[in-house]
Design a binder for this molecule. Sequence first.
Ligand SMILES: NC(=O)c1ccc[n+]([C@@H]2O[C@H](COP(=O)([O-])OP(=O)(O)OC[C@H]3O[C@@H](n4cnc5c(N)ncnc54)[C@H](O)[C@@H]3O)[C@@H](O)[C@H]2O)c1
Length: 385
Amino acid sequence: MAKKPIHFGVIGLGLMGREFASAAARWAHLLDLDFQPVIVGICDTNPALFGWYQDNFPSIRVVTENYHDLLADTGIDAIYCAIPHHLHADVYIDIIRAGKHLLGEKPFGIDLDANRRIAAAAAEHPHVFVASSSEFPFFPGAQRAIAFAREGRMGQIVEVEAGLLHSSDLNPNKPINWKRIARFNGVYGCMGDLGLHALHIPLRLGWMPRNVRALLSDLVHERPDGKGDTVPCDTWDNAVLFCEAEADGAAFPMTLKTYRIAPGETNTWYITIHGTRGGVRFSTRQPKSLWTMEYSSGGAQLWCEESLGYTPPYATITGGIFEFGLSDALLQMWAAFCDELTHGRAGMRQPFYCATLDETTQHHRVLTAALRSHEMKQAVDLEGI
Ligand SMILES: NC(=O)c1ccc[n+]([C@@H]2O[C@H](COP(=O)([O-])OP(=O)(O)OC[C@H]3O[C@@H](n4cnc5c(N)ncnc54)[C@H](O)[C@@H]3O)[C@@H](O)[C@H]2O)c1
């Protein structure tokens, strides 16, 4: 099948820039798609990062330390942008104003005000397609949890738990980076880094919290700077948000966790939905396992484990009994972005689309309320934020 090329520029060539490029490089993994990303431009203020890209992507013809060079290039259709949070608003707005489609990294602005400035620019350029990165919902188990909820198989919701947990900050000797400095990462701290991951599915299912009571933990106050000195580490390490949400006119509690210090965890993303007639739970800690319960009055309450194998939204060459992982989820997310860009939402090969700009705004409202809640030591209503 002929594939329509989508010419991409990548701004920010660090951890996530490389993941994107790697996903583009194994596009052959996906079956029956009539579009393909081609990386033609790269930009980073650190030129030491250019080599890996140039060694692996002969399609690259623009290499620059100034992202305006990519925006001025008429041969570039879309930008993937993975840079520190304090730069999101200015750079995303420039990308949108240049008429380039944008897959930006979360949190889509360092704070709610920055996010709203991006949203205003997007509203002025409706022909530019803008979406946010958030890959975990593309795991087969996450997709099945979404389907379970949408099919109404759980009855009235009892409670929802979702989160992203890792433990890399348990080591006090881990050198500081921009994600641990509020000036660059934002005052949300761990919530800005991990919050959209926790909220993406609840928001997609229509479970926007009405109010939130948050407890934030600052466990590590300083870290080595990697040059022999110690510097302040002024971001929240952990956050737990107790929210009240609503489905079908009934309120239920929703607990969201974004932890950088969850001893023993390594980027564990999870969602659990308990209902009066059934429940579902999925965690990337056991990426093959989907747990479901179907309950009828007086019947046994049995959790069943199903081994899912490799059953993602977009068909691939991988056998159905194999394992699925984070880089597979990123590949699926890229396919969804390129699919929606090429065919529009209604014409997508499968219905699950990337996180929207509006969903990023809703998540910023929740995180802003969480900051206020922690400060005031009381629940904060989302109305008016
Ligand atoms: N979706 C996910 O699972 C996930 C995971 C990690 C990070 N992220 C997000 O990705 C983004 C980047 O995080 P990362 O982990 O890749 O960070 P990183 O520090 O590894 O990479 C960021 C890169 O941006 C470059 N940069 C800084 N200013 C620039 C500028 N003006 N122009 C061009 N490049 C510039 C830096 O030199 C660096 O190479 C953040 O928004 C973060 O929240 C997403």
